[in-house]
Each structure stands twice: as structure tokens, then as C-alpha cells.
Design a protein around this ligand. Structure first.
Ligand SMILES: [Zn+2]
Length: 302
């Protein structure tokens, strides 16, 4: 059943190849997902053409984090720079072990790894039990404190417990982003009170479940707001119908930024500039050692 194995159509019509007026950082790209294996070079070329110039490749378990690091090493840029995160997703929290923790600690020492995660709590699906999720998340909060690297957090239907756990660790960890924020106003303010960053995806373009975010986007300070595709998941639903069922990819990020800018009532270029500046500061991409290319360039200039 070849059809069932390859559900994604990777064709991207020229009319949908939208270029951002300013360079963008996609802070959540699951490029080690199997659906990208056969055409990753084309996906990266389209990202570059869309002016999505920095991609943070999400590492959701040990295997994918190691693949993300390898991918980042192959693309130190510019013009296209890839970085990685390394963590264990709440869905996979039942795999947590001392050996896994040691492997992640080693990964966090790599210069390509710019955040601890994806980690967190997902009480919507509970693929791992809540107790296992809390244990794995607690351990990764410890790894973030130890490494000093920012935290990349997943939360679904677990806002209350998430705030409790983050509050307990707040003084010990550095910056943290709630990626793919989808919750309500009270949860948003709870996170902003903890001085967290917020990642927005194409969820805001979903007329079934994302429209409440339209009123909230204006309430997130620009120095706390970042953007992401979370590809290949969460294809924006406001794109033309012919793309239905298609795989999402970083080149479509400008469509999401345009939508957020619209509901925020600001210029798309201004939003692009602001979210990129926020992402560079959050992931410390300008600092020495964060980017192999940056340190390489510095040496060449000496
Ligand atoms: Zn997630």
C-alpha cells in the first residue's frame, strides 16, 4: 500500500511561494520527520527562497535529536543556518532513564544544540502517563538549569501544572518558550507573568479552534513573541484548498507571519524583524560558540 506509506504531497505551487519581506527564524521545524527524507534539499531551498533563513530543528527524542544535530552540522550557513534542540517529548516520556539523561546531557554540550527540549506536558493525549511526563519534564528542567541553555516547551491541556512546575524552577533556568501556544488568555498571562516566551504556529489560521488567538496576539510583547511552522504538522488552514492534506514546511512560514501581523495590526515586515530579533536573542545565535559559522567568520577576520 504505497499510498498509505507516503501520505504527503510535496508539490508546492509557485503561487504559494511567498517571500518574507525580512529574514525569518522558524523556531520549530521537525525536519527529521520521515516525510522529509526524500526531498529535504528541495525543502531547504524553498525555505531559503522564502527568506526563512534560520531553522531550529526540533529534537523530540534521542534519535531525532542526534539526527537534528547532524543536520545542523551539514548546514551551518549562511545563507541558510540550521540549529537543533535536544529533549524528550511528553509523548515519549515513558522512555525516560538515567542513560537517556546522560545522552541528552552530552548533546546539550554540542554547539549546534541551542535549546533543551522539546519537553513538557501533554494531558490531551496522555501517550505517556501524567506521572511519567512530570518525571521526564522535571529532569529536563534540571538539564536546562545545568546547561544554561533555553528551554523549548510543549504544553497541551496542562497549563495549570505547567505553570506550577515552571514557577518552582523559574530562578534556576534561563529563558523558556511555550512553543505552539494554543491556550486561553488566563494561561497566556500566567506564562507572561513567569517571563516566558511564546511561539505561535499556523494554529491561528484554523477557523475551527484557533480564532481565539486573534484577540490575544496583540497582547504578547514583541520581545517575547516568536514564530514557527511545527512542520510537517499544522498546515495553515487559510491556504488555498488545493493544498489540503499536504505536508507543512518552513517555506510556508511567511503565510503565518502575514496572518499574525494582520490580527496584530502591524506591518508584516516589522513583525518579521521583531520575531527574528527575539529568536536570535532567545537562542543566543549571535554569541560566540552558538554558531559554528559565527566563530569561524570571527577567526577569518582576525
Ligand atoms: Zn510540540
Amino acid at each position: 500500500m504505497a499510498d498509505a506509506i507516503e501520505p504527503f504531497d510535496d508539490f508546492l505551487p509557485e503561487a504559494l511561494q511567498r517571500r518574507s519581506p525580512a529574514p525569518l527564524v522558524d523556531i520549530g521545524a521537525n525536519l527529521t520527520h520521515a516525510s522529509f527524507a526524500h526531498d529535504l534539499d528541495a525543502v531547504l531551498a524553498r525555505a531559503r527562497a522564502a527568506n526563512v533563513t534560520t531553522l531550529i530543528v526540533t529534537g523530540t527524542d534521542r534519535e531525532h535529536a542526534e539526527q537534528a544535530v547532524a543536520l545542523a552540522r551539514r548546514h551551518p550557513g549562511p545563507p541558510l543556518r540550521l540549529f537543533a534542540t535536544a529533549g524528550v517529548h511528553p509523548h515519549d516520556a515513558s522512555q525516560w532513564s538515567g542513560e537517556l539523561e546522560r545522552a541528552l546531557r552530552d548533546l546539550h554540550r554540542q554547539p549546534e544544540v541551542v535549546a533543551v527540549g522539546e519537553c513538557g506536558l501533554d494531558f490531551n493525549r496522555n501517550f505517556s502517563t501524567p506521572a511519567d511526563q512530570e518525571r521526564a519534564f522535571e529532569a529536563q528542567l534540571g538539564l536546562a538549569a545545568e546547561s544554561g541553555k533555553p528551554l523549548f516547551v510543549h504544553e497541551r491541556d496542562a497549563g495549570g501544572r505547567m505553570r506550577e512546575m515552571l514557577r518552582a524552577w523559574r530562578d534556576d533556568i534561563g529563558d523558556a518558550v511555550i512553543h505552539c501556544f494554543t491556550a486561553d488568555r488566563a494561561t497566556l498571562y500566567g506564562y507572561l507573568d513567569l517571563d516566558l516566551h511564546i511561539g505561535l504556529t499556523g494554529w491561528i489560521c484554523d477557523e475551527r479552534r484557533g480564532h481565539h488567538l486573534r484577540e490575544l496576539v496583540g497582547e504578547i510583547p514583541l520581545n517575547r513573541l516568536m514564530v514557527e511552522t511545527d512542520c510537517p504538522y499544522l498546515l495553515p488552514r487559510h491556504l488555498p484548498a488545493k493544498l489540503k492534506g499536504r505536508r507543512h514546511e518552513p517555506a510556508l512560514l511567511p503565510w503565518i507571519v502575514q496572518e499574525i501581523a494582520h490580527w496584530r495590526g502591524i506591518d508584516e515586515a516589522d513583525l518579521a524583524h521583531a520575531t527574528t530579533a527575539t529568536a536570535w536573542a532567545f537562542f543566543r545565535l549571535t554569541g560566540d560558540g552558538a554558531s559554528p559559522t559565527a566563530s569561524h567568520t570571527a577567526q577569518e577576520e582576525e
